[in-house]
Design a protein. Structure first.
Length: 276
């Protein structure tokens, strides 16, 4: 637990400059690293990381590393919009797999290709949030972190404290229904508190109703993203995707819910006005 806590603290400290300088090349560079690393972890998870599959995996790593920069430079919304609909299709397919617990839904090649798009599209949409035409992209971006990490933390605390009813034991034996509701409440509180902080710093009007309603939907997406990552791990019989973050595992273990939340918030911030 100490190792996990220290790693979380270090990640938060490292995340601060990334958010503060999200309008610079630092942001797509970090996303390129996370995206390519996550694709590599997925290739290893499904058994496609050996030399015989390099013709498939090397282009995937290169594309995963390049697309965040492409979105950063071209700033074309249609690229991100098309990406979102591909992501939504994959998200729904895997959500059904989680709920129904289909053990052999997709073969390794299909899992790798679909999760490749899932990961890369998330990075593209995260960069697209920064380029929001209302000029509030840098303010919106922390909502991705709040929606994923605060939800996860609140769900964990509530689940450990009062959790009695298992949510989906086949996929994640420790998650509870009580924890799920706790995560939603925590996410809502986090969104509203963030709205208060933004209003006090820059003096803008905040649409708290939109923040509250969005937080519930974001929390659901965040927790389903966590379950999707767990489902794939169980499908291929591994405990963690990697060892990059001590106590947490790999990129996909730590950022699984963030990969799910980013495209969803990209769409929400296009059509809902939180800060005026």
């Amino acid at each position: 637990m100490l190792k996990r806590t220290l790693t979380s603290a270090a990640l938060i400290i490292l995340l601060i400059p990334v958010l503060l300088y999200s309008d610079t090349l630092l942001f797509p560079a970090v996303l390129a690293f996370l995206s390519a690393s996550a694709v590599f972890e997925m290739a290893r998870c499904v058994g496609l990381s050996s030399r015989r599959y390099l013709s498939l995996t090397i282009p995937a790593y290169i594309i995963a590393g390049c697309l965040p920069f492409i979105q950063y430079y071209i700033e074309v919304d249609i690229f991100a919009f098309i990406s979102f609909f591909i992501y939504a299709l994959i998200f729904v397919i895997y959500s059904v797999a989680v709920i129904k617990y289909y053990k052999g839904l997709l073969p390794p090649y299909a899992v790798f290709i679909s999760m490749f798009f899932y990961i890369v599209i998330s990075a593209v949409c995260a960069v697209a949030i920064i380029g929001n035409e209302d000029g509030n992209g840098m303010i919106y971006l922390p909502l991705v972190v709040i929606g994923s990490w605060v939800t996860d933390t609140a769900a964990y605390i509530v689940g450990c404290s009062i959790g009695r009813h298992k949510l989906n034991p086949n996929v994640s034996p420790h998650k509870t229904i009580e924890g799920t509701f706790g995560g939603a409440v925590g996410c809502c509180a986090g969104f509203l508190l963030y709205g208060v902080i933004v209003a006090s710093i820059i003096g803008c009007d905040v649409n708290y109703s939109a923040l509250a309603l969005s937080s519930i939907a974001v929390s659901v997406v965040s927790q389903m993203g966590d379950l999707i990552a767990s489902y794939v791990k169980r499908r291929f019989g591994i405990k963690d995707y990697g060892k990059l973050f001590p106590g947490h595992g790999g990129v996909l273990d730590r950022f699984d819910s963030m990969f799910a939340v980013a495209p969803f918030l990209f769409i929400l911030t296009k059509y809902l006005s939180y800060f005026n």
